[in-house]
Design a protein around this ligand. Sequence first.
Ligand code: FE2
Length: 217
Amino acid sequence: MNVIVNRRRFLRNAAFTAALFSTPGLFADQLTQTPRQTEGPFYPNHLPLDTDNDLLVINEGVTPAVGEVTYVSGRILDAKGDPIRGALVEIWQCDNNGAYLHTGTTNADKRDKNFQGFGRFITGSSGEYLFRTIKPVPYPGRSPHIHYKIKRAGKELLTTQCYIKGHQGNEKDGIWRSLKDEKQRSSVTVDFAPLKGAKAGELAAKFDVVLGVTPEA
Ligand SMILES: [Fe+2]
């Protein structure tokens, strides 16, 4: 009797498993939680006068920062893939000369005074964020990257970094390489591609962030 029951259960399970595998995209669609990456030593130790989402211009400045103009956007999602409203997205990165907005930065004497270096955006109900900034450049020891910090209701939810897909420096970057899982790597390594219809060669990059938590409302 037991044998028959077990055999039936096995068949049911086998049928279930086959159904999963024969449904294209079911696993591919599963969300990869964005991996945590080190904050590094250059989170600004003095904030710029302007902390909006346009890093190319400080306040009413006339001269824009030097670099390849890039629109970086994406969505902040919870573990179930639902958008997170009211998430504070902070980014920071070095300027086109490899200098951070930090007193300990290298190349301080070459720092681009017109680059904001840091920006903030608070998501609405769609979870979307947008920054105008420059395409990140390498500096000694690091492949190009943009630092991210996601906060909500005063709590830090995630600190990570975003990289350029296809950049040769990634394979040599110890922090990028510390991500051993292929899905995790690709979740933080995104295309910087020409923005459709852009007249001045602007680029666009899309970086969605999937948190491992569902924050309380
Ligand atoms: Fe960095």
